[in-house]
Write a protein that binds this ligand. Structure first.
Ligand SMILES: NC(=O)c1ccc[n+]([C@@H]2O[C@H](COP(=O)([O-])OP(=O)(O)OC[C@H]3O[C@@H](n4cnc5c(N)ncnc54)[C@H](O)[C@@H]3O)[C@@H](O)[C@H]2O)c1
Length: 117
């Protein structure tokens, strides 16, 4: 797979951790330059931090890849446009987006307590 994405620029949303981080690492290993887009929310969706995105960027760079971060949210048009703009500002192009960001509200009925709704 090495080199398959050479010269490409991709945005991976929600790549500060979890599945998105692994996608970002795999794409960087294949030669892509990656915009690590993540607001750094907790599992339940609260808060915000640049640290998760920074950590993914560091992991990519430690392996010789190239990445930049963007901490704008995918949830609004205006902030989502800033993510695309980050790719253009840093690398002058955008070839793909993996829209992985999301909050899993894992409250399927058999996992609910009597209080949760
Ligand atoms: N892990 C599972 O079992 C599972 C099951 C079904 C669906 N999913 C979905 O798959 C995706 C990845 O899952 P995961 O387990 O890696 O999740 P995760 O919670 O580990 O990672 C999601 C990332 O998305 C980021 N994020 C959340 N809202 C954002 C926003 N508005 N803008 C930018 N970034 C945002 C968070 O900061 C977090 O780093 C999510 O969309 C999740 O809902 C996961």
């Amino acid at each position: 797979m090495a080199g398959m994405m050479e010269g490409k620029v991709v945005v991976v949303t929600g790549s500060g951790g979890g599945i998105g981080r692994e996608i970002a690492l795999a794409m960087a290993a294949a030669g892509a330059r990656v915009i690590v887009a993540d607001i750094g929310a907790s599992l339940s969706g609260e808060g915000g931090s640049a640290t998760p995105a920074q950590q993914t960027k560091q992991l990519i760079e430690q392996k010789g890849g190239a990445a930049e971060i963007c901490t704008e949210s995918v949830a609004e048009w205006s902030s989502a446009q800033k993510i695309v703009q980050a790719a253009l500002d840093h690398y002058g192009r955008i070839d793909g987006v993996v829209n992985n960001a999301g909050i899993l509200r894992d409250v399927i009925f058999h996992r609910m307590s009597r209080k949760s709704g």
